[in-house]
Design a protein around this ligand. Sequence first.
Ligand code: CAA
Length: 382
Amino acid sequence: MNFQFTEEQKMIQQAARDYAQRELIHDVIERDEKAIYPTEHIRNLSELGFLGMMVDPKYDGGGMDTVSYVLAMEEFSKVDSSIGVIVSVNNSLVCYGLEKYGTEDQKEKYLKPLARGEVTGAFLLSEPGAGSDATSQQTKAVDMGDHYLLNGVKNWITNGNTASTYLVIAQTHPDLGHRGINALIVDRHAEGVSIGPHENKMGMRSSDTHSVQFTDVKVPKENRIGEDGFGFKFAMKTLEGGRIGIASQALGLAAGAYELSCKYAKERKTFGKEIIKHQAIAFKLSDMATEIEAGRFLCLKAAWLKDQGLPYGIASAMAKQYCADMAMRVTTEAVQVHGGYGYVKEYHVERLMRDAKLTQIYEGTSEIQKIVISRAIQTGDI
Ligand code: CAA
C-alpha cells in the first residue's frame, strides 16, 4: 500500500489550497450571509481547470485522477464548501455521467463545453416526493417517436439556475417501474423549462439551489443517455462517484474547522494558560484529528478503487456516510472549542457547522448509505 502522493497530485492539492486560502477566504462570509453565487470564483476555477478536472483531455478535460479530485475538493471545502458542491456536481455527476455513458455526439456537444468550464451542469433526480425513494419518479418523459415530452418538477437542484446542461431522470414506462426510467440531456433554456425561487438554506448558502419545472418540454431522442430504461441505473452508477465528491467536501469542512480550532486553542488563554494545554480541549482536538484522518483514508480508498477500475460503490457509500457524520461531530466540537466566539460569524466555524448538516442529507442521506452498505453485507459482497 502506497501512502505517498505523486508530484502531480501534490501540485494539484497545492494549487487548490493556494486558491482557497488566498482568494476564497476574502468574501466567503459575505457570500454566505447574502447567499451570493460565486460567479467570479467559478470562472477562475474553470480557467484553472477544476470544473472538468477528471475528464479525458480528448474531451477538453484536465485528465486528472480521482485521488487528485479528492485532494482538491478537501482544500476548497476547508474554506468554502459551497464552492465544493458546485465543483463536485459538475465533475462527478454531470461530466462523469456524460463521459462514461454518453454517445460521441453527446460528448462533443455537451461534455466538451462543461469540461472546458464554459458552462456548468446540474443533475436532476430529486422530486418533491422522491428524494431517498428515488425509484418513485413522477416526472414523465413520454415517448413521442422522434422526441420525448417532458413534464414534472425537480427539487433542491444544485446549480439549478446557473447550469446550462441538465441531466434529468424521468419515467417513460410507468408499468416497468425503475426499469422504465430514462436519463435525458435537457437544455436549461429550452421552451417549457421554468426555474423556481432560490432556496433560502441553512447552510451552503452561496450554492445555487432551485426547483425546476418542465412543462411540455420537447427533448430530442438523441439526448437520451444509454438504452431505453437505463436511467435509474445511470443515476445509481453516477451517484457512486458523486458520493466520493461529497465525502471529500465533508472531509474538507471538518479539516477546515479543525485547523481553525487548533489555531484558536494555541492563542486563547484561560485560567493562566493556552486552552490547548487544558486536557478538556486537547482531547477534543485529538479526537478531531483522528476522525479526520480516518475519513481521509476512506475518501482516498474509494478514489483509488475508482482510478484502478475496481468496484467502488460500497467504498464511496462508507466514505460519504462516515465523513458526513464525522463533519457534523467535528464542526460541532469546533464551535465548542471556540466558545462564544464560535457562535459568531467572523470565526467561520458556525458556518462550517451549518454547511456540514447538508452533507448528511444530499446525494443520499447517511441512512441511505447505511442501506447500501448493509445490503452488501447481506449479499456477502463485503
Ligand atoms: N449500480 C447499478 N445499479 C444499481 C445500483 C448501483 N449502485 N443500485 C441499485 N441499482 C439497481 C438495482 O440493481 C435495481 O435494478 P434491477 O431490479 O434491474 O436489478 C434497481 O437499481 C433498483 O434498485 P433497488 O431495488 O435497490 O431500489 P430501491 O428502491 O431499494 O432504492 C436506493 C435503492 C439505494 C435506496 C436508491 O433509491 C438511492 O440511492 N436513493 C438515494 C437517492 C439519492 O442519492 N438522491 C440524491 C439526489 S442527487 C443530489 O443530491 C445532487 C445534488 O444536487 C447535490
